[in-house]
Design a protein around this ligand. Structure first.
Ligand SMILES: [Zn+2]
Ligand SMILES: [Zn+2]
Length: 77
């Protein structure tokens, strides 16, 4: 497992499925419109519509262009 990025901040989170561990796949909160308290991604940074995320469960780092998708909700500090 990769170390969690030092810039990761629990106050900046995004609710997206992790492409590696898909940690919310069997979770009722994740499948509904709720922001699950357990399954979320660190929102490391964003540049326009491109956001960099890290999964706190498996450490997977990836980027996603949110122009094509709707991020359910994220809070930018
Ligand atoms: Zn993951
Ligand atoms: Zn969940």
């Amino acid at each position: 497992m990769l170390p969690i990025d030092p810039t990761a901040d629990r106050s900046r989170r995004a609710w997206l499925p992790c492409p590696r561990c898909n940690h919310g796949a069997r979770c009722g909160d994740c499948q509904s419109a709720k922001n699950c308290a357990t399954h979320w991604q660190y929102l490391l940074s964003n540049k326009g519509t491109l956001v960099h995320l890290q999964c706190p469960d498996c450490g997977h780092l990836w980027s996603i262009d949110t122009r094509d998708r709707t991020i359910r909700r994220y809070k930018a500090a």
